[in-house]
Design a protein around this ligand. Structure first.
Ligand code: 8YV
Length: 325
């Protein structure tokens, strides 16, 4: 029997491509440049499966043009690049890569929080520029981490990881806001207390965003929310671009209405709002929260294993919809 054909839309680990080649006829993106939607559609012709990396929109127009497509395995936990209703209606399975990246991403969230509150990159730029001439009592004096109040919006697996680090590692008082409350046992494990979004924004010393991007979470943090925050507060976004109104944030940072921000994700990335690039009190990283070798390999393997399971007719590991076939 001939192997099903699949498309791998960006470069991934060679060993994962080798594994896929045992089960499929694989076309991969050897140039590793993002394909325009038209080229993606053209390359998907005759493909029954695709491995995507989160940046490729799978919508009704693409699905209509690719009737042979049966499964799209996203190498990302977030799947806002999927029009899930359109996929389900078209009978196309979607999968993602939860769990394998949670702790690594929580580590990064904490690293970004610390770099931002303690002004690490700003002070490094100062040093590299040769500007360090003498000690000064308030030189790069930042905000306290230990003993401060950490507010987490979005309390899934990654949010809980950030909470545990803050509460157990740094003695922070953790408050959170989420669509649904955690069970009392989970709240106890994270030492986290549920509060309203307004209370969180008004009282937290540091706010970390870890919620999924949906139409409902667009601009969760805009000018009105920034106005509620303490002028000494830090804002960290490791979730998705679009959850923060980047223009409103740049204005708040410029006017010192909040102290600083750490951003790993941006509206319209890889473009970054030029106002953010011009500010000293923001730490900017290129969407690397899950980027350790081990975690990225685990993500690629999980996406590949979903494809293999699907075509072998076995249960999917991490499905995100239930189309009727
Ligand atoms: C991915 C992420 O690296 O998993 C996610 O949702 O944001 C990252 O871990 C990214 O989506 C790849 O495009």
């Amino acid at each position: 029997m001939s192997k099903p054909s699949i498309l791998v839309v960006r470069a991934i680990f060679p060993e994962v491509l080798d594994k896929l080649a045992q089960y499929f006829t694989v076309e991969s993106n050897t140039g590793d440049q993002d394909w325009e939607p038209g080229e993606l559609i053209q390359r998907l012709q005759g493909k029954a499966g695709a491995l995507t990396t989160g940046g490729q929109r799978i919508d009704a127009a693409l699905l209509a043009a690719c009737p042979q497509l049966r499964i799209v395995a996203n190498m990302a936990v977030g799947y806002n690049n999927f029009d899930l209703d359109a996929m389900t209606a078209a009978g196309v399975q979607g999968t993602n890569t939860p769990d394998v990246l949670s702790e690594t991403t929580a580590d990064f969230g904490f690293a970004l929080l610390m770099a931002t509150a303690r002004r690490i990159t700003e002070s490094e730029h100062f040093l590299r520029a040769g500007s360090w001439k003498q000690w000064r009592y308030d030189m790069f004096a930042g905000a306290e981490i230990h003993g401060s109040r950490l507010g987490i919006i979005g309390m899934g697996r990654i949010g809980q990881g950030v909470a545990r680090r803050g509460a157990h590692g740094f003695g922070m008082e953790v408050v959170y806001h989420n669509r649904s409350r955690l069970t009392p046992a989970m709240e106890a494990e994270c030492k986290a207390r549920y509060v309203s979004k307004d209370e969180l924004l008004r009282t937290a010393d540091h706010v970390v965003l870890v919620l999924p991007y949906t139409a409902g979470s667009h601009h969760t943090i805009g000018a009105p929310e920034l106005a509620l925050m303490k002028p000494t507060a830090t804002l960290v976004n490791i979730a998705r671009g679009g959850i923060v109104d980047d223009m409103a944030l740049a204005q708040a940072l410029r006017e010192r209405r909040i102290a600083s921000a750490g951003l790993d994700v941006f509206e319209g990335e890889p473009k970054v709002h030029p106002d953010l690039l011009a500010l000293p009190n923001v730490v900017l990283t290129p969407h690397i929260a899950s980027a350790t070798v081990g975690t990225r390999l685990a993500m690629a393997n999980l996406a590949a294993d979903n494809l293999i399971a699907f075509f072998e007719g076995r249960g999917l590991l991490t499905p995100v919809n239930s189309p009727v076939f």
